[in-house]
Design a protein around this ligand. Structure first.
Ligand code: UDP
Length: 477
């Protein structure tokens, strides 16, 4: 592989699920290309990936964790991406002064970290955790004349992008409609972007070529598209432990899947942050049962009240006798806690994926070649839904049109009929469903090729390492 073992890269992930996991994977991917990679962690986050990094080291990968002396709590739904991580800055500054790495990859949610790194003159590479399509949509939403859109439900065209994509205001964060109300924290992220050396993107060129070109030209080729980074998890242990709280036992669900016929099960999960209210869970349960399809449904992370997560706790969020019926008929498994998502998605029994369209889940579904039922909730997930269903044409929309402002009031209740219709559309054989499945498999092949030697993502990883190496030589010369 690369002849640049001397390049030292730091990775500073956010302290929570959907952003932390891919950055750890990215660090491991760069290490597998010979870059000496250090993950900057906190005492709380270190245990989540210590085991897999230790295993990587045993295999000789140049990777390590540096645990900062300061700590912050892990992000949860009450703060989402807006946790104040500024307590980490002083120990980070000290570390950077001591080690002076060739670059530091910083998650966009660490908006305070921007200036510290910038002042020290160390190239700071932005990681914002979303794909090229969503980046282009977000960028161009700024050019929409919202005054001329008459209501929250009136479709408008997203300007300046290669595909004809319509959205509604109800699918967007409130501040986008009124730029004077952009919160300070969002401005902070924009500023972080402005002074960055470049950007690292977890996607692959063939997934969204026209959008990848737009992003590369915006960044003057300082955009490296290096995914799907989840492919760096090659062994079963890697895939099981990734981001998993140490107490979870995943074997139960794998055994259950092993007992199912190939291509027969729907996997339903809403990511690491979302909390759905009991009335929405109830509708999902009724819809799944009425569809008569087999399913694994991860509820561990989606309940409002954590005490309901306990074994057998189903309070007011499951229909009477639901789990007992699912057990008797073998139709469904309700999973409380953390699911081994990569292992589930690549299991031969899986036929479809009901997802909240978080970018990692989207990319993991794509990489596994599984068509999707899209149920976006917040962040840029409505853009990801458009990519899945309208550009790639590998998904069916459940029909949620309401952007969810984190832990505020839940407006987008989706009824059981919609759930049932979407599940049947994806899972029951039909020309349309077969076409989606064929396209999904085709794209998965491209995803795998992207990270192989000579593939587009492989080439971009090498290009960044070489660029950092060349800068060092120039500075030394
Ligand atoms: N994930 C997992 N098990 C779970 C829930 C989530 O492995 O039970 C992983 C999933 O594979 C993905 C990440 O957590 O890598 C979630 O990221 P995503 O962008 O999909 O959604 P977010 O959690 O940020 O809303």
């Amino acid at each position: 592989k690369t002849l640049a073992p001397s390049v030292e890269m730091f990775f500073f992930p956010y302290v929570g699920g959907g952003h932390q996991i891919p950055m750890i994977d990215a660090a491991r991917m760069f290490a597998s290309h010979g870059a000496s990679s250090t993950i900057i962690a906190t005492p709380s986050t270190t245990p989540l990936f210590q085991k897999s990094i230790t295993r990587d080291q045993k295999f000789g990968l140049p990777i390590s964790i540096h645990t900062l002396s300061a700590d912050v709590p892990q992000s949860d739904i009450s703060v989402g991406p807006f946790l104040d991580t500024s307590a980490l800055l002083e120990p980070l500054r000290q570390l950077l002064l001591q080690r002076r790495p060739h670059c530091i990859v910083v998650d966009m949610f660490h908006r305070w970290a921007g200036d510290v790194v910038y002042e020290l003159g160390i190239p700071r590479i932005l990681f914002n955790g979303i794909g090229c399509f969503a980046l282009c949509v977000q960028e161009n939403l700024r050019h929409v004349a919202f005054e001329s859109v008459s209501s929250d439900s009136e479709p408008f065209l997203v300007p300046n992008i290669p595909d004809r994509i319509e959205m509604t205001m109800s699918q967007l964060p409130p501040f986008l409609k009124n730029p004077s109300e952009i919160p300070e924290r969002v401005r902070g992220m924009k500023q972080l972007e402005e002074k960055s050396f470049g950007t690292l993107i977890n996607s692959f060129y063939d997934l969204e070529p026209a959008y990848a070109d737009l992003i590369k030209s915006k960044w003057g080729n300082k955009a490296w598209i290096v995914g799907p980074v989840s492919f760096c998890n090659r062994t079963k242990e890697d895939k099981t432990e990734r981001g998993k709280p140490p107490t979870i036992d995943e074997q139960n669900c794998l055994n259950w899947l092993n007992s199912k016929k190939p291509s027969s099960v729907l996997y339903a999960s809403f990511g690491s942050l979302a909390r759905l209210p009991p009335e929405q869970l109830m509708e999902i349960a009724y819809g799944l049962e009425a569809s008569e399809q087999s399913f694994i449904w991860v509820v561990g992370n989606i309940l409002h009240n954590p005490s309901e997560n306990k074994e057998n706790g189903s309070g007011n969020w499951l229909p009477e006798g639901f789990e007992q019926r699912m057990k008797e008929t073998g139709k469904g498994l309700v999973l409380r806690g953390w699911a081994p998502q990569l292992l589930i998605l690549e299991h031969a029994a899986i036929k479809g994926f009901m997802t909240h369209c978080g970018w990692n889940s989207t990319l993991e579904g794509v990489s596994a070649g599984v068509p999707m039922i899209t149920w976006p909730l917040t962040a840029e997930q409505f853009s990801n839904e458009k990519l899945i269903t309208e550009v790639l044409k590998i998904g069916v929309q459940v029909g949620n049109r309401e952007w969810w402002p984190w832990n505020a009031e839940w407006k987008g209740l989706v009824g059981r009929e919609k759930v049932e219709v979407a599940v049947r559309k994806l899972m029951v054989e039909s020309v349309e469903a077969d076409e989606m499945r064929r396209r999904a498999k085709d794209i998965a092949g491209k995803a795998a090729r992207a990270v192989e030697e000579g593939g587009t993502s492989y080439v971009d990883v090498e290009a960044l390492i070489q660029e950092l190496q060349a800068r060092t030589c120039a500075n030394q010369g």
